[in-house]
Design a protein around this ligand. Structure first.
Ligand SMILES: Nc1ncnc2c1ncn2[C@@H]1O[C@H](COP(=O)(O)OP(=O)(O)OP(=O)(O)O)[C@@H](O)[C@H]1O
Ligand SMILES: [Mg+2]
Length: 269
């Protein structure tokens, strides 16, 4: 049967990547931490980004999230070329990142963290006096945490008194609340207990169900295999392969991680 123009366009749209990184290079002095990396993420896809220590994973995602500015290459998000000079610009474009060194404020409570940098205000006397709308922040935080099935006993608790898993959950809730169109998670299950790790992975599945793509960095290959659709492996700044998760196994991925296999090199053999 012949396709109509609209159907063809819709088909093309579903194949359009949400994020496209093209020939990205980031150097620190004489060290090339990310070397001509191409990388795409499609809507609703969970992509695992793996590699040994110092492979360049965190540097790559920091280029996407506006922490670093790439030296070469281009980043396209939702079809537009983007150049973020600060993390807040990436967040305004709905790219939410949970960093390895978690970016929550320990001395603030859950609501204040969810609204950090975007605090709602109440106006009095025709706008002459503005105060933080703490009631709104609390109600909205309780709503989003409830929707995600995250239990926090006391919302007035400071973040530093929560467990690692609860903190990760707050960071994920913040991203969902602000309607992340791309979620980047750098080692989100590091230092977590078994139950908390499972909760974080369940939240990743939840994001996928909401069609939010996720880039997940982890050294824990069982986690990567449990939740990803595709795996990208970096080694010494290069992307050495990418595989559908269903078409590989951890033995093969480890071979790429340690540099024993490399699609760029193998293609020249
Ligand atoms: N701000 C920086 N200044 C100088 N060098 C840096 C900086 N950030 C990272 N590097 C270097 O870039 C390389 C890649 O580091 P990166 O943090 O991206 O690795 P990674 O793959 O995330 O490793 P890990 O799994 O240990 O987190 C390393 O050699 C690191 O020392
Ligand atoms: Mg890292």
């Amino acid at each position: 049967m012949e396709q109509t123009a609209v159907e063809i366009k819709q088909g093309a749209q579903t194949r359009e990547p949400m994020l496209r990184v093209h020939q990205l290079v980031k150097r620190f002095g004489g060290l090339t931490a990310v070397n001509k990396v191409d990388f795409e993420v499609y809507p609703g896809e969970v992509v695992g980004l793996v590699g040994d220590n110092a492979a360049g994973k965190s540097t790559l995602i920091k280029c996407i999230s506006g922490v670093h500015q790439p030296d070469e290459g281009e980043i396209f998000f939702q079809g537009q070329r983007v150049r973020f000079s600060r993390p807040m610009e990436a967040r305004d474009a709905h790219i939410e990142t949970i960093y390895q060194d978690l970016a929550l404020a320990g001395n603030l409570n859950v609501g204040a963290n969810i609204f950090m940098g975007r605090e709602p205000q109440k106006s009095y006397l025709g706008g002459l006096i503005k105060v933080l709308d703490e009631g709104f922040m609390l109600a909205e935080s309780q709503k989003i945490m409830g929707r995600l099935g995250i239990h926090i006993p006391d919302f007035s608790q400071q973040i530093e008194t929560l467990s690692g898993g609860q903190r990760q959950a707050v960071a994920i809730a913040r991203a969902v609340y602000w309607k992340a169109q791309l979620m980047i998670m750098d080692e989100p299950t590091n230092n977590l207990g078994v139950v908390e790790q499972r909760q974080v992975l369940e939240l990743v599945q939840e994001l996928r169900q909401q069609n939010v793509p996720v880039i997940l960095i982890s050294h824990t290959l069982p986690d990567i295999f449990a939740v990803t659709d595709r795996i990208v492996v970096m080694h010494r700044g290069h992307k050495v392969t990418e595989k559908k998760t269903s078409e590989t196994d951890s033995q093969e991925i480890v071979q790429y991680m340690v540099g024993a296999l490399d699609d760029r090199r193998d293609s020249y053999l």
